[in-house]
Design a protein around this ligand. Structure first.
Ligand code: SR1
Ligand code: MG
Length: 395
């Protein structure tokens, strides 16, 4: 049954803030301007700014999937997971998150910093902007969270309680279905351009299904760290010198490579878009982001390694093997996320706004990249970048 609670509307936001003294101290509600800007698949998002330029953001989880409508009821408890992620991740990586102002558990409303002086990274990449250092910032963010919330940074028994407290079955099911199954099995809710029918079908071979199965198995069984869980470039805000990951409602204990993979998949899509638009310089720059992100992740993770809680067997040799495995898995998870953006239910706007012909060319290049990443299994960021470069150049 759909859960009942009062939904916010722009004209009721000032009264809501007045009723919460911690929030009322942050803005002058007598001069408040409120705009609902939610453009994601799930939530309401209100940007609230007062006459003197102070602001905050309220985000409320709807009891259904916004992308589809009330016919698909969906747990608003995802806001609890997001609040937990801001709180936990904020202990180790606060500079890469919006400041978190509080959580209303009765109405599933999160209050946080207004980042309207930033822009969503996906849109910036789509427009051909460069934000140097953003990929490295995300690599460092994932490294800190990976180390400090997982087996390397938390005492073993305490970790079990953290894992148990962060289970999120409904949100995980979305990823398990939309990302890790349906692009490779086919599904009624999949959709894609008519021109991509053959490409979409070519993802449904036994080899690719088994590859997807392997990744789904890892996603469902490998509780390594408290992931962001949906770290695509639409979940990152960028500004000169500042990178913030938000929208962590899919947070759960899962494989660290999954968080690294989602931005990688978007770099593939960006390169495909740049190629059909003839934006060679931006495409060449985008091709460097795989390594920028991985190298920063690896360097940050290595810098934390001397603090490993159980060095008896988690030694240097183990670390080298773990890093190599994580890099390989990042490539494979990136392929599944890229596939779903072309043939699954929830596409991303990067390619959708292109004219049909270049859009199909770009979509095909992404699908060909996906297949090579899953079948050839490149081992490094540089190899993934090379595969994507070759496929988008084929046109
Ligand atoms: C039905 S929800 C579809 C997608 O939106 C979210 O942002 C996640 O990426 C999810 O897979
Ligand atoms: Mg989201």
């Amino acid at each position: 049954m759909t859960e009942q609670y009062e939904l916010l509307e722009p004209e009721k936001v000032a009264a809501y803030i007045d009723a919460h003294p911690d929030l009322a101290a942050r803005v002058d509600t007598s001069t408040l301007d409120v705009t609902e800007v939610g453009d994601g698949n799930l939530n309401l998002v209100f940007v609230c700014q007062d006459g003197s330029g102070r602001g905050l953001v309220l985000k409320q989880a709807l009891p259904y999937v916004r992308l589809v409508g009330p016919s698909w009821p969906f747990t608003p408890k995802r806001a609890v997971a997001e609040a937990r992620a801001y709180e936990v991740h904020g202990r180790f990586a606060a500079e890469y998150l919006p400041a978190f102002y509080g959580f209303d558990a009765a109405r599933y409303i999160l209050a946080m910093e207004d980042l309207t002086d930033h822009r969503v990274w996906r849109g910036a990449l789509t427009d051909g902007e460069r934000h140097d250092g953003a990929a490295a910032d995300i690599g460092r963010y994932v490294a800190r969270v990976a180390f400090h919330t997982g087996v390397f940074g938390v005492e073993a028994k305490a970790l079990k309680a953290l894992v148990a407290g962060a289970i999120s079955p409904e949100l995980c099911e979305i990823t398990e279905d939309l990302v890790l199954t349906e692009p490779f099995s086919g599904a009624e809710r999949n959709w894609y351009q008519d021109e991509l029918e053959d490409a979409a079908r070519s993802l449904q071979t036994p080899e690719l299904k088994a590859a997807a199965g392997e990744l789904k198995y890892a996603f469902m069984t490998r509780a390594e760290a408290l992931l962001h869980g949906d770290l695509h470039t639409g979940s990152v805000m960028v500004r000169e010198g500042s990178t913030r990951a938000f929208d962590s409602e899919f947070a759960f204990y899962g494989p660290i490579a999954f968080d690294l993979a989602l931005p990688w998949s978007n770099f593939v899509v960006t390169m495909a878009r740049d190629a059909v638009l003839g934006r060679d310089e931006h495409g060449a720059w985008a091709a460097t982001l795989f390594e920028e992100l991985w190298d920063a992740f690896e360097a940050e993770f290595r810098s934390l390694w001397p603090n490993v809680v159980d060095p008896r067997v988690y030694n240097e040799l183990f670390l080298e093997r773990w890093l190599a495995q994580t890099q390989r898995d990042t490539a494979a998870f990136a392929a599944t996320e890229a596939a779903r953006r072309i043939v699954g239910l929830a596409h991303a706007p990067d390619l959708e706004a292109l004219d049909p012909e270049p859009r199909a060319v770009a979509g095909r290049a992404v699908i060909e990249t996906v297949k090579r990443l899953l079948l050839d299994r490149p081992e490094t960021a540089a190899e993934v970048s090379a595969v994507a470069r070759e496929e988008v150049a084929r046109g």
